[in-house]
Design a protein. Sequence first.
Length: 87
Amino acid sequence: MKTTLFGLIMSVAMIGGAAAATVTNKDAQSQVLIVTENGNKIDVVVEPGATVNFCPGGCFVTMPSGDRETLAGSESIDIVNGGAVIK
C-alpha cells in the first residue's frame, strides 16, 4: 500500500509544474491533504520539510486541520502547526 501511495504521490508531483499549486510542510511530522481533482480523490502525504506540486488544473483540498479549500492551481501553501497558510 505504501509503495502504491508513494508512486501516486510522485506521479502527481511530476505532473505538476509552473502552473501547479505547491504545498510545503513546515511541521515536524508528515501531513496529509485529501485532494479531489476531476472527481478522483487521493491522499497526498507531505513529509516534514518537503514541498510537493499538485493540482495543476484546479481542485478541492481538505487540509490537515479539516478545512476545505478550492484551489485554482497556482497557490502556494505552507503547513504550519497542522494549519494551512495559503499565499
